[in-house]
Design a protein around this ligand. Structure first.
Ligand SMILES: [Zn+2]
Length: 253
């Protein structure tokens, strides 16, 4: 499996959409080539919270939809983690900058940051974008892209992910002008923090991704699916080394 950086996702999208991004990370040629061949009608960037390579492989039967994308010609890369926390990691994915460079630690920092995400930059170039994420993350993005859907955080994270998915699918099905949509599924992360059965969480995320993948296929779109950081598991604390974060890029059929 080829190693790239999570910081290359935003530059790759910027290169595909031909907009300038102030990041030094280089676009990934293989992904650009795939996009050029497929000419996606829409791109969905799905961040699966706490999806690391060990979760991806340990729960391969549960995450069958992700593995199927790779088996059917999707690309998979291993990316070293850039942060142990969600907000700085997703900001790195969206800006192409390391957490040290973008300085975004909590959601509130997004409102005051001078640094723009690929979603905002595309919007400024009249390329419509959308984001479906929790209300804390959504609020600072209001008015900075075409559609910002905030979903209220709650204890029932399975219901939360179902709502995230429903809104993501609604945008894909109804807002055909949107070129890039961010979505963020959190069941695996929550189950890991609670010490619950990760197999069940992986199954939940698989079902949600099945729905998103089907809709992206219907729209002749492409998917970028990645984690944000390593899963926070008690038994990992003792282990040395870092788990890479997978990135899957696919044009589902
Ligand atoms: Zn996270």
């Amino acid at each position: 499996m080829q190693t790239i950086s999570l910081l290359q996702i935003a530059p790759t999208l910027a290169a595909y959409f031909v907009v300038a991004l102030h990041a030094s990370a280089r676009p990934v040629r293989q992904i650009l080539d795939m996009m050029t061949v497929h000419k996606p009608q829409v791109v969905v960037l799905a961040v699966i919270d706490s999806l690391d390579l060990k979760i991806y492989t340990d729960f391969a039967p549960e995450l069958i939809e992700l593995h199927r994308l790779v088996e059917q010609g999707g690309l998979i890369f291993a990316c070293p983690p850039v942060s142990t926390h969600t907000t700085p990691a997703i900001a790195a994915i969206l800006t192409g900058l390391s957490p040290e460079s973008h300085g975004i630690v909590v959601s509130e920092d997004v409102a005051t940051s001078e640094i723009k995400s690929i979603l905002e930059i595309l919007h400024e170039h009249n390329i419509p974008t959308a984001a479906v994420l929790d209300t804390n993350g959504a609020q600072p993005l209001e008015g900075r892209m075409s559609y910002v859907i905030g979903i209220e955080n709650r204890e029932d994270i399975v219901a939360y992910d179902a709502e995230i998915t429903a809104h993501t699918i609604s945008i894909l099905a109804n807002q055909h002008e949107v070129q890039l949509t961010l979505t963020h599924l959190r069941s695996i992360d929550r189950f890991a923090h609670r010490g619950w059965d990760l197999r069940a969480a992986a199954g939940v995320v698989n079902e949600r991704m099945r729905e998103i993948i089907r809709t992206v296929a219907e729209r002749n779109g492409m998917l970028f699916i990645c984690g944000d950081h390593e899963a926070h598991l008690p038994e990992r604390k003792a282990a040395s080394g870092q788990q890479p974060i997978p990135l899957i890029v696919a044009a589902p059929v």
